[in-house]
Design a protein around this ligand. Structure first.
Ligand code: HEC
Length: 130
């Protein structure tokens, strides 16, 4: 009996490991494109002297930039602008923030990574802001 319980426990453990692998999240670049254009670009046009195209940086530069998480010359973080709390704070005036209000922060970050890699200067589909 004891042995059987152990076997079952082992099976359950490996199943949950498998499930963990299967649910690993793949960034949704389309969602990030909408978010980038509506949230990031809207503010850049208003406060950063103009839009900042994803194609301004290479894939490697984007990856390093996102990893460093220092936005606006280090004044704040990039993650802050992907967070649920930021989305909640602007959703009354911003449709994309409202639409994606409940997306987990980590997912939106993965989405942005996917979009930046795709839209980078040397990506599959270099992207402007519009
Ligand atoms: C509330 C306003 C605001 C939002 C929202 C915003 N940014 Fe910015 N961003 C700025 C400002 C201001 C600068 C700095 C301009 C400068 O000092 O040259 C900047 C600069 C940048 C730069 C240039 C490098 C740097 O950090 O100085 C990148 C890349 C960038 N933002 C990406 C993003 C992305 C991606 C998002 C959306 C997830 C985003 N920003 C959201 C205001 C914003």
């Amino acid at each position: 009996m004891k042995k059987r319980t152990l076997t079952l426990a082992a099976i359950a453990a490996s199943l949950s490991l498998l499930a963990g692998t299967a649910s690993a999240y793949d960034g949704d670049w389309k969602r990030a494109r909408v978010y980038y254009r509506s949230v990031c670009t809207a503010c850049h046009e208003a406060q950063a002297g103009g839009s900042i195209a994803p194609s301004k940086m290479t894939k490697a530069e984007w990856a390093a930039y996102i990893k460093a998480d220092k936005h606006a010359k280090g004044k704040d973080t990039l993650k802050q602008y992907l967070s649920k709390s930021y989305r909640a704070s602007i959703k009354a005036q911003n449709k994309a923030a409202d639409k994606f209000a409940d997306v987990p922060d980590e997912e939106l970050l993965e989405d942005l990574k996917a979009f930046a890699a795709r839209g980078a200067k040397d990506g599959d589909s270099p992207a402007s802001c519009n």
